[in-house]
Design a protein. Structure first.
Length: 328
């Protein structure tokens, strides 16, 4: 479903607002404008309408993810979609998602993230910072792509690779032997094009929606991270809602996740087809275990340095074990 926008998810949310609250005595007559920021293009599964008018700002029009989160803190905008790496500075529990090979399968990843009751405490961990996560979106599996082919971890040696602006992601890339170059997502295309960096790491949609496949022709499936995107709302706005309105927002946010999940795999396949046939990108299957071995010490280093991630890490390992046993 090309053009279905994940963040339009929140517009779905607003649509439910209209459908469920029309005629309620609590509705005020004035229109409230909701401003939403995200980093993706208009064709990413991250972009979809009267009591609330929704204004969506794609392509980092309001600045990079970190800046947009700060704007959400202050209430200058109401919602932003950003990766968990951008939340680490506000609640260090989110650092766990930057851990390489945290999840052993997509099934385990999806089960953990879909456990709304468990994740509620994680989502509320940023309340003191002035915002709260409402739901998550599947952002696929992250792998490396570059101007030159990467078959083994040794091929990363000395390569300048863009990573998310997260200390854990920097440590991971350095452990692979690369030279980590954290930068805003919107800067990646030009940085690769001009030779400032040799490549980056992300899911397949970055090749097409953000045109990185024009400047990086080799995508290697080392699958080092499964990092969700989060729908983040200004806490003052959320707490200003009535109990009924807040519940509808929560329910609609969860519905938006369900809708996004339906189309993710389809969009990935479409992106791969475009990347191969129109951009000339080569997809490379690699020995994932060799990459895992290279960063085997990073997990323990993170656990030793950040006790805040221990409980969530242990919970994830319990879910991982269930799917590992099923495979055996």
């Amino acid at each position: 479903m090309k053009g279905f926008k994940k963040i339009g998810a929140l517009v779905l949310c607003c649509g439910l607002f209209i459908g469920n609250l029309t005629g309620c005595a609590s509705i005020k007559s004035e229109k409230r404008i909701i401003r939403i920021s995200h980093a993706q293009s208009e064709t990413h599964p991250e972009h979809l309408g009267d009591k609330y008018e929704v204004q969506i700002y794609p392509n980092e029009l309001l600045g990079g993810a970190q800046k947009a989160i700060e704007l959400t803190q202050t209430g200058a905008i109401d919602f932003v979609v950003a990766g968990t790496a951008n939340l680490e500075n506000f609640a260090d529990v989110y650092e766990v998602f930057s851990m390489p090979y945290l999840f052993t399968s997509e099934e385990a990843y999806h089960e953990v993230m879909s456990d709304t009751e468990y994740m509620k405490a994680v989502y509320e961990s940023t309340d003191e910072a002035g915002f709260r996560v409402l739901t998550w979106y599947n952002a696929g599996t992250r792998s490396f792509y570059a101007k030159k082919p990467i078959y083994t971890p040794d091929d990363l040696k000395g390569l300048k690779m863009r990573v998310q602006q997260s200390p854990a992601s920097v440590n991971m890339a350095n452990a692979f032997g690369a030279a980590a170059s954290p930068m805003s997502f919107g800067e990646v295309y030009t940085a690769i094009q001009q030779g400032v960096i040799d490549g980056a790491e992300n899911n397949e949609l970055a090749l097409t929606n953000n045109k990185h496949g024009e400047v990086a022709k080799y995508y290697s499936y080392n699958k080092h991270q499964m990092v969700p995107d989060m729908l983040i709302g200004n806490l003052k706005f959320l707490e200003g809602l009535s109990e009924e309105e807040y519940q509808i927002f929560e329910e609609a946010a969860l519905l938006s996740t369900e809708e996004e999940m339906k189309y993710w795999d389809e969009q990935v396949e479409e992106a791969k087809n475009i990347a191969i046939n129109e951009m000339g990108v080569e997809f490379i299957e690699v020995d994932i275990q060799a990459f895992k071995d290279k960063v085997s010490g990073v997990q323990q280093e993170m656990l030793d340095a950040n006790p805040s991630i221990l409980e969530l890490y242990d919970h994830i390992q319990e879910v991982n074990a269930k799917y590992t046993q099923e495979e055996e």
